[in-house]
Design a protein around this ligand. Structure first.
Ligand code: FES
Ligand SMILES: [Fe+2]
Length: 428
């Protein structure tokens, strides 16, 4: 449990808040490359950490992220024309380039220098892994791109998707660090003929209901970039089985798979304090994704990870408004929740932690299985305190810190900590 002040500190991300200013020190996913697919394509609205923005791709192919409202009389530039190196407001024709400069101001006499004093908010963008990343922090800071392993993988080794959650980013992210929920939330009734045993989080810890008793023991290691969470399951004889999850400041999680299997990255990006964009990449550093994997990612199933979005949007079909299309008969006979898809099951949990979209952590009663969440919060509170005291976030300034993996493996119990025993697997 947290104090009300701590909860506020961690969950508020608007400009000028501590966490909001901290998050703005990092490059953040802003939208998908496919949303602005070609030069001079239609602009799209982007809401990021409460800021109202417009993304467009200019005539040279450069991705741009600028303020949504025109500097003249605030018309929404979403209705503007993206043409000839900038976006032109539909109301009176003021035009802005990708850097927010006013490049034409037709309501002033010819030769007027007025436009030189008019600047629209603009944020630098870089594109990689199918995502437009943006930096919303101070211009003089030296933020580096996080060097995730998937940044340089060929497209056939990756599967990317995006969807919206109607809750605060922190509880969404906490859901991914919570390894103990799979035995219930994603489980199936024992003995069901359709029981897809061994699935669940894309073979990542999914268990059938009958296995729920085997709770792992947790060890958490603080790192420069966040923390590493080791979940250990003992076997009767032989080595222990470890699953190592990575939390990387400020909004990234990596979920473990065995060596050779496909890994999972998520970013939990605040749209505002009550909505979160989830960016997810399934990636395999060793090989192209298989047809079977792509089938799993593209189709909905009770134990499949994919989100089915409403066509033409990034909004899930199964959402809070329709109670995730819960099927009570299937809940009685087959699936523990009666909700189709592990993502929708997760959403049902994290979007409904109390009556408001920001969970009230003063009301919690945490148990020993919440160790990872407890440690993540403590680390986050510490770095926010340091930030308040003037310490710039080290991972924002050092992209190499993101060269890590989440791996599941067997380790002999010889007294060596898991992060030492598996060093060469966890660090690239
Ligand atoms: S409001 Fe945009 S040009 Fe007038
Ligand atoms: Fe889950």
């Amino acid at each position: 449990m947290l104090s009300a002040a701590e909860n506020e500190l961690l969950t508020r991300t608007g400009k000028g808040t501590t966490a909001g200013d901290y998050l703005r020190r990092f490059w953040m996913p802003a939208l998908l490359t496919e949303e602005i697919p070609a030069p001079d394509c239609p602009p799209v609205r982007v809401r990021l950490m409460g800021e109202c923005l417009i993304a467009f791709r200019d005539s040279s192919g450069r991705a741009a992220l600028v303020g949504q409202y025109c500097m003249h009389r605030q018309m929404d530039l979403f209705f503007g024309r993206n043409e000839e190196g900038g976006i032109r407001c539909a109301y009176h024709g003021w035009k802005f380039d990708a850097d927010g400069n006013c490049v034409d101001l037709p309501t002033e006499p010819k030769g007027s220098k007025y436009k030189d004093n008019v600047h629209l908010t603009s944020y630098p963008c870089q594109e990689f892994a199918g995502i437009v990343w943006a930096y919303l922090g101070p211009k003089d800071a030296d933020a580096q791109i996080p060097q995730f392993e998937f940044n340089s993988l060929p497209p056939e080794n990756m599967y990317l998707r995006k969807s919206l959650l109607s809750c605060n980013y922190l509880q969404a992210m906490e859901g991914n660090l919570d390894s103990s929920h799979t035995g219930y939330l994603h489980s199936f009734s024992s003995g069901s003929a359709l029981d897809p045993r061994g699935q669940g989080h894309g073979k990542r810890g999914g268990v059938t209901h009958q296995y729920q008793a085997s709770l792992p023991s947790f060890e958490v290691k603080d790192t420069d970039y966040g923390c590493m969470i080791g979940a250990k399951r003992k076997s009767a004889s032989g080595p222990a089985y470890w699953r190592v999850t990575q939390w990387l400041l400020p909004v990234h999680t990596l979920i473990a798979a065995n060596v050779g299997e496909t890994l999972l990255w998520d970013a939990w990006v605040p749209m505002d304090d009550e909505h979160t964009w989830v960016y997810r990449i399934e990636y395999n550093p060793w090989r192209a994704l298989t047809k079977q994997e792509l089938f799993e990612y593209n189709n909905v199933g009770f134990a499949r990870l994919n989100v089915e979005n409403i066509p033409g949007t990034y909004l899930p079909v199964r959402n809070k408004e329709n109670d995730y299309l819960i099927d009570r008969e299937l809940q009685r006979t087959y699936s523990y929740t009666g909700i189709k898809g592990t993502n929708a099951q997760d959403a049902a949990a994290i979007e409904n932690q109390g009556p408001t979209p920001i969970a009230d952590r003063t009301k919690e009663n945490l148990s020993s299985s919440d160790l990872a969440i407890i440690r993540m919060r403590r680390k986050f509170l510490n770095v926010l305190q340091d930030f308040k005291d003037g310490v710039e976030p080290a991972p924002a300034l050092n992209g190499d810190m993101y060269k890590v993996r989440a791996i599941a493996m067997s380790l002999e119990d010889d007294g060596v900590p898991f992060y030492e025993g598996a060093k060469e697997l966890l660090f690239l």
